[in-house]
Design a protein. Structure first.
Length: 151
């Protein structure tokens, strides 16, 4: 007489469970690897600070440092000129809050542009020169955001 033992279902389930756990571990490892390469979404604090900096620069460019405020090295509207200096200082202070979170190659360009803008405002440069520096700085900040977005 031959005794036939039915196969245990346990061995099949263990194999399936082991494969499922292995897939999950690989998926988690892939997620951690992808996130360590750089976030596809900008850091909220960087994005918020960049938006505040750009808002300060917009006001500076449009109303605070114009030909009606500074012309031929002379301040025509002292209150607006003082507000322009303050706007540059506020924008720069916002930049300092996120500066270390930015890659050095981008950080150096923004630092240089802020220094040039500060010098131009302090030395009563023509409004067109200051406005060009503001545009360059805004472009650098926009490229910073797109660099953040691309990881």
């Amino acid at each position: 007489m031959v005794v036939v033992r039915p196969q245990s279902r346990r061995a099949g389930w263990l194999r399936v469970a082991a494969i499922a756990v292995g897939i999950m571990v690989l998926a988690i490892a892939a997620i951690f690897w992808a996130s360590s390469r750089g976030s596809p979404v900008p850091h909220p604090e960087v994005t918020g600070a960049v938006e505040r900096i750009q808002a300060e620069l917009d006001v500076l460019q449009v109303s605070l440092y114009t030909d009606q405020v500074v012309r031929n090295g002379q301040v025509l509207e002292p209150e607006e000129y003082a507000a322009a200096q303050t706007a540059v200082q506020r924008a720069r202070a916002q930049w300092e809050t996120i500066r270390k979170a930015v890659a050095p190659e981008h950080r150096d360009r923004v630092d240089r542009l802020f220094e040039e803008l500060q010098t131009a405002v302090d030395t009563l440069a023509p409004a067109a020169e200051v406005q060009e520096l503001v545009r360059d700085l805004q472009q650098a900040l926009r490229s910073l955001e797109s660099t953040e977005n691309s990881g």
